[in-house]
Design a protein around this ligand. Structure first.
Ligand code: NAP
Length: 242
């Protein structure tokens, strides 16, 4: 199996990449600018790619050709995402800037990359799309993060549309909806509110490890459960159950 994992340098993407390398995948892992762990760069099944998903020209130049090569990934994991604060008290210009950037990175780029992958996979009769959404898609977020929640809700609806229409062509699509996961993205909230505050209402007294998300993605990417297509997998320490 051969996967493209966006945001593979840190956090959830790093855990996904670790689990997939263990499971003998070949991987193209992307990041915006930070270095990849040595355990990845020293593995000859790992190839790194720097691309800023907020730059549509760079996305087209660097990612589109991956799905036009003789051998292309048959698994796409759209994991990279941003969590930008912008309250309703901010000026329209700034508010829309944050909105547009969030949509570009969290929804527009993943959808376009998925389109390139799907057009390739329909020719090959196999493919697995895994989109990392958020619990914010289901429960909303504070108004400062409404763009984030909207982008993640859009990603779930997009994934379901792929699942509905491409199953007969051997393609499955899944969404993951994590709650608070212990990564740099969650650290801002941990720093402000403390871990204890964030675990209130959870079934556990600690925030979820990114490695659990890595294991879940590795299971879905294995191709063992294609009929779970269209499903969203909630991994939030029991903070809500649906
Ligand atoms: P993270 O620790 O902040 O890591 C983000 C990853 O995405 C990094 O590899 C980063 O690359 C990459 N990235 C960020 N902006 C990018 C851009 N403009 N272009 C290209 N790559 C970019 O985040 P995380 O917590 O692992 O989150 C991963 C996914 O899970 C996101 O979609 C997030 O929304 C979702 N999620 C996270 C949580 C949570 O509590 N952590 C909860 C729900 C959902 P660099 O290292 O180069 O910056």
């Amino acid at each position: 199996m051969y996967a493209l994992v966006t945001g593979a340098s840190r956090g959830i993407g790093k855990s996904i990449t670790k689990a997939l390398l263990r499971d003998d995948f070949r991987i193209i892992g992307t990041a915006r600018s930070s270095e990849f762990p040595n355990e990845f760069t020293q593995n000859n099944r790992f190839q790194s790619l720097y691309v800023d998903l907020s730059d549509p020209i760079a996305v087209e130049k660097k990612i589109k050709p991956i799905f036009e090569r003789e051998e292309a990934p048959n698994v796409l994991i759209n994991n990279a995402g941003i969590f930008k604060e912008s309250g309703f008290d901010k000026g329209d210009e700034f508010w829309l800037e944050q909105w547009d950037q969030t949509m570009q990175v969290n929804l527009r780029a993943p959808a376009l990359i998925s389109k390139w992958a799907l057009n390739r996979w329909t020719k090959e009769g196999e493919g697995y799309l895994i989109n990392v959404s958020s619990r914010a898609a289901y429960r909303g977020d504070t108004q400062e993060y409404s763009a984030y929640a909207a982008s993640k809700g859009g990603l779930v609806a997009f994934t379901k549309s792929v699942a509905r229409d491409f199953g007969e062509q051997g393609i499955s699509a899944y969404s993951i909806a994590p709650g608070f996961i212990k990564t740099d993205m969650a650290m801002d909230s941990i720093d402000v509110y403390g871990e204890e505050y964030l675990t209130q209402g959870m079934a556990f007294d600690e925030i979820t490890s990114p490695d659990e998300v890595g294991e879940l993605v590795a299971f879905l990417a294995s191709g063992k459960v294609p009929h779970m297509t269209g499903s969203t997998f909630h991994i939030n320490g029991g903070s809500y159950m649906i």
